[in-house]
Each structure stands twice: as structure tokens, then as C-alpha cells.
Design a binder for this molecule. Sequence first.
Ligand code: HEC
Ligand code: HEC
Length: 498
Amino acid sequence: MRHAHSRAHPVGSQSASAQPTSAQAARPRRSAGWTGTAAALIGAAVLAPALPPLPAAAQSATGIPAVLDALTSATNPTGIANSLQTNGATTTANNAFFQSLGTNGRSCATCHDPQAGWSVTPSGVNTRFQVTQGTDPLFRRIDGATCSTASVATPTALLRAYAPLLGKGLFRIAQPVPANAQFTLAVTSDPYECNSNPATGLTSASSGTVSVYRRPLPATNLRFQSTIMWDGREASLTSQAANATLGHARATTAPTAAQLAEIVAFESGLFTAQASSTAAGALDALGATGGVSALSQQPFTIGINDPATPASFDRSAFTLFTAWQGLTGGDPVTRARQSIARGERIFNTRAFTITNVPGLTTQANPSVQGSCTTCHNTPNVGTHSTNVLMNIGVSNATAPPALDVTGLPVFTLTCTTGPQAGRSVAVTDPGQAMVTGRCSDIGRMKVPALRGLAARAPYFHNGSALTLNSVVGFYNGRFNMGLSQQERTDLLNFLRAL
Ligand code: HEC
Ligand code: HEC
């Protein structure tokens, strides 16, 4: 896999530099979000309610501040995102989310970085790789590398082992083939020889381990989730935190009940959203309700806005920028705000025909007239308000041109029992089918929340949409939306403002 980011320098290029001091090591984590142009940063600083960067002294050697203030800011390529803790500031050394609870030095914050929308970005990963010469706890072979057995013996091997992580911020997720699976698996493409090697992968067409490569979902805005994990495999945030500690952090025993409660309380009281945009300024100006403050007060219950109950479904699920629809004036900031408001309207109401989406369409109902909010329906958040996973085709082995699926393994699943017996399909990730064993769940993924998007490219479970522009291009093609260039720009500007 090639590195998608220009900051992926070969290891040799840094070998001349001395071992970084702890002060130097601290700085890149803090500055990892500063990837915009100087002009963009100046523009954002002028227009935005930005908080000053933390003084270096307030940070530990890992780049996590000693005290994470109740309101913090992080710069991203199109503006500034804020995170708000409704439970108040956190002394990180005393909070289990930030503590190393396992055996490999990792904490939750290793992969859920406050500077990267509580996920990781390729630029942040590359900075950590260079500054620590590949020793940051991110770089553990167990799931940071292409395979747990990947060679890291030479600088070239090291770069190859961590290529999916450096290129797209992907981690390896390994799961056993469900005992009751309705399908058999064949490995059609195995770029890392992890899935076809019986020691690490499949031991037969119906047994062994399947490794797929996925983006960390943000550990924020969790109060609005009806589904946990891309494939919905966790029943609660408590079980998720226990399994993350046993898995990613290689703990030998699960965290205590008190530690789990502390992690869940921390992440459930955390909200993240874009606060200001380089082009449009403060996203809560003139009656708009972008930003974290309104988000933290957004009501939510499971099923709050469910298109399966048409009588109570409101397709206008996003109302953040309604107040900007009537803005008049032709100055650049007003024009940027008008574009965001138009984009919100497209997101809510632009109708298109949704076909072939397991989880939504069925044989009896093969097509649905809908909009983006048919699936992203949780008001002002964009998760699906009920626990329903869907396959929109992102894991198809033959991906549309807007998506980059290079470097991903390909599995051919052949259904042997159940209603779909005889069907054969090639995917880069079986999704929910690895949890339930059902053919009808192949490729189904959770409908993710859409807040704080600008902070955490690339997108989709496998990072195949390198930019939000690629996301818009994907949908325009996948559902024949027929968006004009202006409509694409408006939708893009809306997504960047979330
Ligand atoms: C090695 C990197 C890594 C570490 C360490 C890690 N995570 Fe994650 N996290 C991920 C990845 C990757 C996913 C998505 C995996 C999937 O869906 O299959 C994820 C998903 C999640 C989700 C699901 C969010 C949603 O919207 O469904 C939560 C919550 C979460 N992690 C919390 C935690 C907590 C709490 C810890 C510490 C106990 C932790 N993570 C440690 C990489 C990591
Ligand atoms: C049929 C249901 C459905 C419709 C309609 C839909 N989405 Fe999605 N959306 C999903 C699912 C499912 C995913 C996760 C797919 C994956 O990663 O495999 C997703 C992912 C996304 C993501 C990536 C978020 C992330 O964290 O990576 C964005 C952005 C997005 N959708 C925007 C839109 C926009 C804009 C529209 C309208 C043009 C739209 N969606 C219409 C179901 C839908």
C-alpha cells in the first residue's frame, strides 16, 4: 500500500537526528492538527472563538495534557473543532481513559486522540512515527501492523508493517469465523499473508481467524449511539471498554468495575463538533447552532427519529444552519454561510432512489425514495436512531472510482445454508456477518455519527474515502443523485461544518 500522506518519510531520513527530548516529543502530538495553510490558520484565528494552544509545560511526554480542560480546541484543515466535557475538566493521570491499563503501554487515548477528533489521522500517526522512531504505543504489531507476525526487522520492513496505519489510520481487527456461519470463506487477495496463513488466519473455509482493517470510531458523542462498533459487536460501552483493554492494550485481566465506570462516564460526557470554519467563521453565529454547546444539549432517545415509523419521522433531521438560509449579502463569510445552509437542505431533503442496501431495502421493497437523513436520522448528529446496520457497498471488492480500496484483503463468501444459499460475494470486510454468521448481514456497518468530521479524514470503516469530497462523489455516483457542481460544493461545505 502506498502512503497517502506526504509526511510518511522513510525511517532512514530521521535516523541522523538525535533521540527526541520529552519536550520535543510532546510538541508534535499537540501540533498534529495544525495541517492547514498559514492563511487558513490566520483566517480561523481571526473569526473563531479559538482557545490558545496549551503551554508545553502543561503536557506530558505523550502529548496528552496533564489537565484536559472542560473546553478544548484542535485545529483541522478547514477550521477548528472543540471538545466539551460536561462533567468538567479531567486530570488525565487520574482517569482510566488515559491510563495504561494493559501490558503494551497503550491507553484509550493512544488511538482516540483529542487532537484528531478522538480518532487518529494519517498526519498525526506519521508525526508520532517520526518523532518516536516507531516506538509510540500506537505501533504495536498486535493490531497496529498488517499482521501480528509482520516483520519489523529493518526500516523498510517496519514501514511495510505499519503501512495501513501510516497511510489511512487503519487498525487490524481479527475475529473468529462464527461457528454457525451460513457461509464459507476463501481468501481471494491477501496482501499481507495474514488471512491465508493458518497460524494467523483461516484454518479452513469455515474456521480460523479473519483480519480486516478499520478506522477507529471517535470515542466522543457516544451519548447518541444506538450501535457500538462498525459491525455492532459490542452490547454496551462497558463491555467495549473491557474488551478494548484486553485486546488493544493486551491486559491480562479486565479493568475493575470502577475503572470501567470511569471510562464510560468520561466518554459519555464528551462532545465534539466543528466550532468554526476558515471560510464561514463561528458556526454558532447569527442564530446558527453549530458547535459543541448546542450539541451537548441535543435530546436523544433510541428511535427518536425513525423512518420506519413514517408518521413521526422528520426528514429535516439537521437544523443547525436553518437560520442561515435567509442570509443576504455577498461578502465571502456570508456566502460561505449561505452555502453551508444550502448543503444542510440538500442533506435533509434532496430525494434519490436508494436501491440494494441490505438493512434498508428488501426483496419485497427493493427501492426506497429517501435522502441522506433516511439513514443519518438522529437529529443534529446523524447516527441511525435505531440499532440497524446497513451495507451501502463500501466493502465491495470492486469499489466505485471515488473510493480507494488498495491494500485491503478480499474475501469471497459463498452462502451454503439459509435463504441466500448459492450466493457468492467478494468483499474487503464481511462486516456484521462476522458477528451473526448470517449471509443477509454481509457488508453491513453501523451508520456513523457525522459530527466533527473535518478533524478525522479519511472516512468510511476502511478509510477508502480520502476526503469529504470523495464521500460526496461516492454518494452522487452510488445513488445517481445527479448533483450539480454547486450542489456538491454546498454539501461538502455542510459536512465540513459539522
Ligand atoms: C489500538 C487502537 C485502539 C485503542 C488502544 C482503543 N481503541 Fe477504541 N477503537 C479502535 C478501533 C479501530 C475502533 C473501531 C473498531 C471496529 O469497529 O471494529 C474503535 C472503536 C471504539 C468505540 C466505538 C465507538 C462507536 O461509535 O461505535 C469506542 C466507544 C471505543 N473505541 C472506545 C475505546 C476505549 C474506551 C478504549 C480504552 C479502553 C479504546 N477504545 C482503546 C481503536 C482503538
Ligand atoms: C442507505 C443508507 C445511507 C444513506 C442514504 C446515506 N448514508 Fe452515509 N453512511 C451510511 C453507512 C452505512 C455508512 C458507513 C459505511 C461504511 O463505512 O461502510 C455511512 C457513512 C457516511 C460518512 C462517513 C463517516 C465516517 O465517520 O467515516 C459520511 C460523511 C456520510 N455517510 C455522509 C452521507 C451523506 C452526505 C449522504 C447523502 C448524500 C449519506 N451519507 C447517505 C449510510 C447511509
